[in-house]
Design a protein around this ligand. Structure first.
Ligand code: 26W
Length: 810
């Protein structure tokens, strides 16, 4: 299908879809119907384009990458697709003629929130780049009926509501009932040695579940490629009682049919924390088994042999969640295609690669061995075999070193360790920032690094710069277009040319005017939605990310309390008005995270009640932080808070989005901040606090949080104020958490108190710098110019060349 449509053709398409799908004319259509009609026209174009691209890839015999991930945090699609296809203007005009405003239609689309945070959003940004750079790619995930919960704040408390995204979101999905696979779980396996020398594996009493694919087309910007995102939905076949159904007892027949379908019901809402629940393991195997079957079927259809699998297929496991790809691929190669073990193992390792996204110990997945064996008996047997052979290899490398080998073993102390499985079964293991990749080699994968030094690599994360800059901040992008031309839209490294304009007062003034325009737009949006008023002349100081102790929203809160006390002490205090904006969801079972949300809300409430304070200081907790909210907020942000305890944040990607939109960063030397500072220049970022090695050292020496309390009067007052509380609620529990004294827990485990003074002083410098607008916007321009390095296009080129061995197909 032609994607060069003029306005009349767009109109005709829209009217046709309205008529066929909704039986109405444009005059009769509601906004929702028109949104759906627009989405359907785009989906159809992309489907055609995708088929055409697939033919080209097959003809070229090109290698493909399959990106396996339990999460894809896509957000909305209509705007990105129209922009990528260059159709936004013509759709706008056509819709206007039909009596609709395209911006209004964008608002009709629900976010596809099939992810928790960084990991899932990265996967979405990567598919965008893969399409834009003409690499053949497919993403695999689960078609959760409910994505990440909707957050409501009631009296300062987070309340979770189900995220019903499918009415409205389903228009992007193409059900492929011709590509259903069966996934087997439970039961027993038996071996049957046949006369031809092959061992047949028989499954007895196993449960069979159908995996039904729903495909989404992921467009690229002015490219030939369209990536496919295949989402699996579980369908029960066994428990559905056909007998009853035929007898007309519909409801009874349906009663049992939900068992297996819970697999794709809901996304687990915890980030960086495993719960070890059997359903989660079931989800993981369901995703892996259906996807590997789909990959191999398509491969056979094109090549008719598995022998060249590793030359034509790259399978990437995004964190350990899809690590069962390794034994599942072994299973099919050995059991179904009768490859000898060693040959199959070489193929698997050559095919699979793995990215680690966190070093938080509570995020490392391990499964109870007995549970695992019962649920996945064949996979368990295969992992045993992999492990036995691996331990022999390790023994040869480290003879007699039991201790080391038992740490590296895939099964140990009654647990199946997914990280070890991932390292052993991949040819490449990478971290997501320089610092993180170094930490991996020094800590959790130290022994593996000794054994396989060449296997370890780094690919620093990146973001979809077209979505996060060009499409969500078009005014800023227009300044770049004018100053340096628009080549950066496809070659983000070209953004560095913008540095030449850092001292140009006219450009500074324009960047400032755009920032102000975006601040006003955001304030208006929030006012309309919630009635909360934001002072557009205050500085927008933004911390947006999942709520986690290590990310230290609490450190930010402590500093705000200090400022609050200052104003209470001296109501005439002259200061730059500051608005602290927070967006964060807490995992539903994460008590401390929920308390910190409450603290931020109550602090905001107390300040709001005080007419003197609220002129100078505001705390706004934005409900239900999501991709769409981020797209509206980030263009307006002035200060970016990246204040995790050094060594904990693997990379961070919000930091990159904020930098690219001209915010200045206050941060620790953690994750990608380290490389951001190197790129933008020391003088253009505000770095504070302990470094990762200082943190290690302080732990080793013994960290005594209470010493910081007794030694710092300001901190003492702040923590005492926590105990007294805000808006009628005491936060003595948080004071205790910081100072220890309860149940022998470590006091202040993320060292907020150790970093407090350095944070406070640096924050003062940031606000001081804001006074000099010329200096501020010079720094801002340097940051924007340096941010091209953090585009996902750069990350994907690195993966494609160094790890996956892909070639572009144009
Ligand atoms: C099993 C529970 C669980 C769920 C999610 C464990 C771990 C995760 C993710 C790996 C957590 C995550 O999203 N990590 C983030 O990944 C981003 C993309 O690489 C990084 O930028 C963030 O620093 C990292 O926290």
């Amino acid at each position: 299908m032609n994607t060069n449509l003029n306005t009349a053709q767009v109109k005709e398409l829209l009217e046709g879809v309205l008529q066929r799908h909704f039986g109405c004319t444009a005059k009769e259509a509601s906004k929702e119907q028109m949104y759906k009609a627009a989405a359907i026209t785009v989906k159809n174009m992309l489907s055609d384009k995708q088929s055409e691209y697939k033919r080209k890839v097959n003809k070229a015999g090109a290698k493909r990458v399959y990106y396996m991930c339990m999460e894809f945090l896509l957000g909305r699609s209509l705007k990105t697709n129209l922009c990528n296809l260059g159709l936004q203007e013509n759709y706008k005009k056509a819709l206007k003629q039909l009596g609709f405003d395209l911006e209004d239609l964008y608002e009709c689309e629900p976010d596809a929130g099939l992810g928790n945070g960084g990991l899932g959003r990265l996967a979405a940004c990567f598919l965008d780049s893969l399409s834009s750079l003409d690499y053949p790619a497919t993403g695999f995930s689960i078609c959760y009926e409910y994505g990440l919960f909707k957050q409501m704040i009631v009296d300062g408390m987070q309340v979770e509501l189900p995220d019903v995204w499918l009415p409205g979101g389903e228009v992007w999905l193409v059900p492929r009932t011709d590509r259903i696979y069966k996934v087997r779980m439970g039961g027993h396996v038996k071996e049957n040695w046949r006369e031809d020398g092959h061992c047949e594996i028989l499954y007895e009493g196993a449960e069979e579940i159908e995996a039904v694919p729903y495909d989404m087309m992921i467009s690229g910007a002015d490219s030939s490629a369209v990536s496919l995102l295949r989402l699996w939905k579980a369908r029960d076949i066994q428990n559905f009682n056909m007998g009853l159904f035929n007898q007309g007892q519909y409801t009874r027949a349906l009663e049992n049919s939900n068992d297996a379908e819970v697999i794709s019901k809901v996304l687990y809402p915890s980030d960086n924390h495993t719960e070890g629940k059997l359903l989660r393991l079931t989800q993981q195997y369901f995703l892996v088994s259906a996807s590997i079957q789909s990959i191999l079927r398509d491969h056979m259809a094109v090549y008719g042999t598995m022998d060249n699998l590793a030359d034509k297929v790259a399978i990437h496991i995004n964190d350990t969640h899809p690590a069962l790809c390794v034994p599942e691929l072994m299973r099919i190669l050995v059991d179904d295609y009768f490859y000898p073990w060693d040959k199959a193992w070489e193929m698997v390792k050559k095919t699979v690669s793995y990215t680690n996204h966190t070093v938080m110990p509570e995020a490392l997945e391990t499964w109870n061995e007995d549970l695992f064996r019962l649920k996945l008996p064949r996979i368990y047997a295969i992992i045993r075999e992999i492990n036995e052979r691996f331990c022999k290899e390790a023994w040869e490398a480290f003879p007699g070193n039991w201790d080391r080998i038992s740490k590296m073993s895939i099964i140990g102390y009654g647990r199946v360790r997914m990280a070890n499985l991932s390292v052993v079964g991949s040819h490449s293991v990478n971290g997501v920032s320089k610092l993180h990749s170094d930490i991996l080699k020094k800590t959790i994968f130290k022994d593996f690094y000794k054994l396989y030094p060449d296997r370890f690599d780094n690919v620093t994360n990146g973001i979809a710069h077209r979505r996060w800059l060009c499409y969500s901040n078009p005014e800023l992008a227009a300044i770049l277009d004018e100053c340096i031309g628009d080549a950066y839209r496809h070659s983000p490294e070209r953004m560095s040319d913008f540095a030449k304009f850092a001292d140009d007062v006219d450009v500074q003034t324009r960047v400032r005017a755009v920032k102000h325009h975006n601040k006003v737009a955001f304030a208006n949006m929030i006012y309309q939605k919630t009635g909360q008023a934001i002072d557009t002349h205050s500085i927008y100081d933004v911390q947006i990310k999942r709520l986690h102790e290590y990310k230290r929203q609490l450190l930010n809160a402590l500093n705000i309390i200090g400022l609050y006390l200052d104003i209470k002490d001296n109501p005439n205090l002259q200061m730059q008005p500051q608005t602290f904006l927070f967006g964060a969801k807490a995992a539903p079972g994460y008590a401390m995270a929920k308390r910190i949300i409450k603290l931020l809300c109550m602090l905001g409430k107390e300040i709001d009640r005080d007419p003197v304070v609220r002129e100078k200081l505001r705390v706004v907790f934005l409900e239900n932080y999501s991709v769409s909210l981020a797209e509206a907020l980030i263009p307006s942000a002035e200060i970016s808070e990246q204040i995790s305890l050094a060594g904990k944040e693997a990379s961070g990607t919000g930091c990159m989005k904020l930098m690219m939109n001209g915010a200045l960063t206050i941060g620790t030397l953690d994750g990608a901040n380290v490389e951001m500072q190197a790129a933008a220049g020391k003088e253009n970022m505000f770095i504070f606090g302990l470094t990762a090695s200082e943190v290690e050292q302080l732990w080793a020496e013994g960290y005594h949080a209470a010493n910081f309390y007794t030694g710092n009067e300001r901190l003492r007052r702040i923590i005492n104020a926590l105990t007294v509380g805000f808006a009628g609620e005491s936060f003595a529990d948080i004071a205790n958490y910081l100072l220890g004294g309860q149940n022998g827990a470590i006091a202040d485990p993320y060292m907020c108190l150790a970093d407090f003074e350095s944070y406070r002083l640096t924050h003062e410098q940031v606000v001081e710098a804001y006074k000099d607008k010329q200096r501020w916007y010079k720094m801002s321009i340097y940051n924007i110019a340096a941010s091209g390095q953090f585009a996902a296009d750069r990350s994907i080129e690195e993966y494609a060349t160094r790890i996956w061995g892909l070639k572009k197909v144009k």
